[in-house]
Design a protein around this ligand. Structure first.
Ligand code: GLU
Length: 289
């Protein structure tokens, strides 16, 4: 009997800011595996908004490395699809419309404080200290609730933040880690939605795209669990449906350190040049917790 097409839509969302390392590749492989097991569709989205670290050769390398590993996608920048464009840089009007919606609803505010101001205000160690996440924005920096907002202007030249509902407990059921909870204003604070260099933040672009591309399950690294709460708030504020979330345990190197792109020794390219095969890499992925 012919199976009806599955409604599962998953995505691979690499950022072309370095060569893919083993940790990222494992997340993408898991995302592809979950889509395959569900008989669903895989979308490739090029998360190319980081202007400072973007490089065109990383874009080509990222497609090539993923294909070398054996991953495929049926929608993406290189193959097209019903939700094109699949490059975030080409989707700016979509993000800008979402920003205007948040502005009209009074859910964001302009912020001229620097990261240093924020760290000082909360008594946190200065730049240079390892921050895994954005520091909690001090409530004393907020304009009063309901204060009239300045217009966004044609070109945004100030940071805009989302005002989180202080004290609200947010919950989601992670498909890997089970129930997750965070309290807005305590575990994370008012977060960036648009930057003063006139570019959307990761939180905004990701939430908007996951909804626009009809993603049913987001598979990504466990380092983004806190971001999921922010994105759930944005989706709710924008009246958009939330996908399911499956966060992958992070891969550690032999010394127990999290793999990061700067571990060049563990980039797929380096491993490939050393003669490691895709089958060997996938065997390693399958044996990870
Ligand atoms: N482009 C992001 C990254 O590479 C994706 C994050 C996500 O999956 O939401 O970290």
């Amino acid at each position: 009997m012919v199976q009806p097409p599955s409604s599962y839509r998953g995505r691979l969302a690499p950022s072309p800011t370095g060569y893919l390392h083993l940790g990222h590749a494992r997340t993408f492989w898991l995302a592809a595996e979950r889509a395959r097991a569900a008989g669903g569709t895989v979308i490739l989205r090029n998360d190319d908004l980081d202007a400072a670290r973007f490089r065109l050769d990383f874009v080509d390398a990222m497609y090539e490395d993923l294909r070398w590993l054996g991953l495929t996608w049926s929608e993406g920048p290189d193959v097209g699809g019903p939700h094109a464009p699949y490059k975030q840089r080409e989707r700016l009007p979509i993000y800008r419309a979402a920003l205007a919606q948040l502005h009209a609803a009074g859910l964001i505010f302009p912020c001229t404080h620097t990261r240093k101001d924020v760290l000082e205000a909360i008594g946190a160690p200065h730049e240079g200290a390892a921050h895994d996440d954005e520091p909690v924005y001090p409530a004393s920096f907020r304009p009063p609730a309901g204060a009239p907002l300045p217009p966004l202007g044609d070109k945004v030249s100030v940071n805009w933040r989302f005002r989180v509902p202080d004290g609200e407990e947010l919950v989601f059921d992670d498909k890997r880690f089970g129930p997750q909870r965070a309290v807005a204003g305590r575990d994370f604070g008012d977060f960036l939605v648009w930057r003063k260099d006139d570019a959307p933040s990761y939180q905004l672009s990701c939430a908007v795209d996951d909804a626009a591309m009809r993603i049913t399950e987001v598979v990504r690294g466990a380092d983004l669990i806190r971001s999921t709460f922010r994105q759930l708030l944005l989706l709710r504020a924008l009246g958009l449906p939330a996908p399911d979330y499956y966060h992958c345990p992070l891969m550690l190197d032999d010394a127990g350190v999290r793999l990061a792109k700067r571990h060049d020794a563990l980039s797929l390219r380096t491993l490939r040049a050393q003669g490691v095969t895709p089958a060997e890499i996938i065997a390693k992925f399958s044996s990870e917790p």
